[in-house]
Structures are given as structure tokens and as C-alpha cells.
Design a protein around this ligand. Structure first.
Ligand code: ATP
Ligand code: MG
Length: 405
């Protein structure tokens, strides 16, 4: 079908009161970013809906990209034709033919905003329904939840027909909730956490701690590849690689093994918070899930969280591993995440970390380190990469990327 526009219905935006216009404009900007490769596309963002006028651009290419944009409830590719009943009948039959199977249920849902049009809504429903049923006698009319809803809208500038409603990504436009730093390891949980934070409107920047030569180039590439998977939801993501080797060596040297994990996490959180402040973020996001491993007990969280007052968003904290894996599969990060490249924590992890570390002990052991100097040196060695869609890092055919610092 040669569609002429895509009609987009907003998600929770409808509840945003006075901020509604701001949200709609942000969504329009995000749609524009996601579809920047289609210069002929025109976006009209009204109060209730957004219209993407295709101007010859290919709807089949655009649809999968649009379905990644948060803030959209659903959308329908539509055809605009002249307000001529013969043409409307013919187009209706063509549209139904593209989704028809014998035995499917069907109804027409007409609207008329052009009140000069001679047929009212009821007559439109009846007449168009009649023609379609003659063409497809095996369709079954059903008013409640039919398989096929043929929408016909008579507006001032033409008649719009569509018969497909495609589910959108839901959530809020990315950026509408501000910016947060995602602590991104190479594991299953943190990319899912990043996805869920973006879904609630948080624009993310990725912070990854690497400890070469203990951690390999492949582990770093894996973290970047995971970031690539999150890019379609935002357009681009700043990826920050923090050199963590010195800190891990120092911790290993001075801290009793039961507290290695706790102190390591405290240092990571401190550094992430410093980066957040410099980059005007409002929150930190991580992939902690309650009870999953020793460092993720509530006692552990108390001992680690101690280093900051910044809100920490833990989107997967109450999820079971299976639920997290399901989401990881949905956003296509699972296969990458299970590749066996060790990240810094695994390598320095003691065989038996304390599951109930004490806050005062953690503070005490940490005093054995030059915390300020270690943080300063790590921050000064950060490498920032802008990750955009379509880049691959793990296969060795990586494209060049630009250092922004
Ligand atoms: P993940 O699957 O995200 O690696 P995990 O279950 O392995 O999580 P931990 O290793 O305890 O859990 O890490 C908890 C959280 O700490 C991670 O979800 C991530 O947000 C953060 N984190 C751990 N290692 C790193 C790292 N090398 N760089 C950045 N963040 C990290
Ligand atoms: Mg991990």
C-alpha cells in the first residue's frame, strides 16, 4: 500500500496538563531525530495526535523505527484520498484486502470533522461496511474487538483511511524527565535498566568502568555494543569509559577481601556521581536486583549508597532474573550480554563477599585509600565516545568514533 501519512496517538501525554505542549514538542523532536534519514517527511504535532506526512517516503522502513520512540501509544499508516465516495469505497476494499483472511471479524469506524460532507458518521459506517462486505462476503461483522477496524475520517482536506493499528513503545518522550547516568557493565541487567529508565523519559549517558589489562578490549567493546542496542530509543548516547585499574589494585591491596565488593561499588558510585554533576544529570541508574548477588542485599545498598544523596533509580530491583532476561531478549541485548568477557568486578571479586556489610566498617576500610586522589585521576582519564545507531564494535569491523573530551 502506498500510504500517505502515519497517524500517531500519544501515550500518557494526555495526562500532562499544562506541560502537555512541552511534551508534545519533545516527542516531535524525538520522532524527527529517529527519522532523520527521511528528509521529505513532515511532522504536524496537534494537541491530540501527530501526523507524519510521508511525501513519498517509505512507510515500511519508517514503521520499525517509529515503534522505538517512547511517548507513543500506537500509530496507524493511513491513505489520504479525495472526498469522493467511489474513491473511498475502492480504497477501503484495497486496504481490507491487504489484511483480509476468511473468517476474520470486521467493523468500520467512521468520523467526520468536515460537517459539510453529505454523509454523517452512521451513514458512512453503513455504506462503506456494505461495500466491503460485498467484496469480502466471508468477513464477519463484529462491533466489539474485531480483528480488522477500518478507520475512515472525513476531514476538510480529504478522506483518511487506515486499517492497521500498530502498538507504540509507550512511556514518556526521552528527555522529558531529565538526564541520568547509567552505570553500564557488560551484564544482562544494566542495559535493561537503561531501557526502562528511558521509557520513563530519562535521557541516559552510559558510564562504564574498565580495568585494563585485567579486563580485555573485548569487554569494553561489548559494553559499547550494548549501548548501540539502546541507541534506537534516543538517537545517540554518550559513552564514558572510566579507567578503574588503579582503584581496583589499591582496593585489593588495602581492603579485607570481604569488603572488596562494597568499597569497589562505593568508588564507582562516587565517580559516577561526580560525572553526573559535571554533565548536569539528575539521577544515577543501575542494574541492581534485590538479592541477586551478594552486593545486592539491602544491607549492601545502605553501605554503598552512603557516598551520595543523588536519587538512584534501580528499574529492575524487584524483578526476577527471568523477567529481566525476557526484557533483555526483547531489546536484543541478551545474546551480547552472555558473551564471556569478564568485566572488572568479576575479576577482582572475592570468593565470598560479605552479604551484610556494615556501614561503619566500609567507611573505616575506605580511609586506608587516597579516595580523593583516586577519584580525581579516574575522572581525568575518562574517554567519551558518542555512540550512534548502526555502529558495531564487537566484530572487529568497528567504525571510527570520535572522542569528545
Ligand atoms: P549487570 O547484569 O548489569 O552486570 P549484575 O547482576 O552483574 O548486573 P553487579 O555486577 O553486582 O550485578 O553490578 C550491579 C550494578 O553495578 C550493575 O547492574 C551496573 O549498574 C553496575 N556495574 C557493575 N559493574 C560495572 C562496570 N564495570 N561499569 C559500570 N557499571 C557497573
Ligand atoms: Mg555484572
Amino acid at each position: 500500500m502506498q500510504y500517505t501519512e502515519i497517524m500517531v496517538r500519544y501515550g500518557e501525554l494526555s495526562t500532562k496538563g499544562k506541560n502537555r505542549r512541552v511534551f508534545i514538542n519533545m516527542l516531535a523532536a524525538n520522532v524527527r531525530k529517529a527519522l532523520h534519514e527521511y528528509p521529505n517527511l513532515k511532522i504536524h504535532a496537534d494537541r491530540d495526535r501527530m501526523h507524519l506526512l510521508l511525501n513519498g517516503e517509505d512507510s515500511q522502513e519508517i514503521i520499525p523505527k517509529l515503534s522505538h520512540v517512547f511517548g507513543i501509544q500506537n500509530f496507524s499508516p493511513a491513505i489520504r484520498v479525495e472526498k469522493d465516495m467511489a474513491i473511498i469505497y475502492q480504497t477501503a476494499c484495497e486496504l481490507v484486502a491487504s489484511v483480509y483472511e476468511p473468517g476474520k471479524t470486521f467493523k468500520v469506524n467512521a468520523r467526520r470533522s468536515d460537517h459539510d460532507f453529505p454523509l454523517d458518521t452512521n451513514s458512512l459506517n453503513r455504506e462503506i461496511g456494505h461495500v466491503v462486505l460485498e467484496a469480502f462476503p466471508e468477513l464477519v461483522v463484529q462491533m466489539k474487538q474485531p480483528d480488522i477496524i477500518l478507520r475512515v475520517e472525513i476531514r476538510n482536506n480529504g478522506a483518511y483511511l487506515s486499517c492497521e493499528t500498530i502498538k507504540g513503545a509507550g512511556g514518556l518522550p526521552v528527555g522529558s524527565s531529565g538526564r541520568g547516568m547509567l552505570m553500564l557493565s557488560g551484564g544482562i541487567d544494566s542495559p535493561v535498566a537503561g531501557y526502562l529508565a528511558m521509557k520513563r523519559g530519562v535521557e541516559i549517558e552510559a558510564v562504564h568502568f574498565a580495568s585494563p589489562p585485567y579486563t580485555s578490549e573485548k569487554a569494553l567493546q561489548k559494553a559499547k555494543d550494548l549501548t548501540v542496542k539502546l541507541v534506537p530509543y534516543v538517537g545517540s548516547i554518550q559513552f564514558m569509559e572510566v579507567p578503574f585499574t588503579e582503584i581496583q589494585e589499591e582496593i585489593k591491596k588495602h581492603v579485607p577481601s570481604g569488603y572488596l565488593m562494597t568499597i569497589t561499588r562505593r568508588m564507582m558510585l562516587r565517580i559516577t556521581d561526580e560525572i553526573r554533576e559535571q554533565r548536569k544529570g539528575l539521577a544515577i541508574i543501575n542494574g541492581e536486583s534485590l538479592g541477586q548477588v551478594a552486593s545486592q542485599t539491602l544491607q549492601s545498598m545502605i553501605a554503598i549508597n552512603d557516598v551520595t544523596h543523588t536519587p538512584i533509580i534501580r528499574p529492575v530491583v524487584t524483578m526476577d532474573k527471568n523477567e529481566i532476561i525476557e526484557l533483555a531478549e526483547k531489546i536484543d541485548t541478551f545474546d551480547l550480554a552472555i558473551q564471556p568477557f569478564e568485566d572488572c568486578c568479576t575479576i577482582f571479586a572475592p570468593p565470598q563477599p560479605k552479604t551484610k556489610p556494615k556501614l561503619d566498617k566500609a567507611r573505616e576500610y575506605e580511609q586506608r585509600l587516597d579516595v580523593e586522589g583516586l577519584v580525581r585521576r579516574a575522572i581525568s582519564g575518562i574517554k567519551v565516545t558518542e555512540i550512534r545507531s548502526g555502529q558495531r564494535y564487537l566484530d572487529g569491523d568497528a567504525e571510527e568514533f570520535s572522542d569528545l573530551l
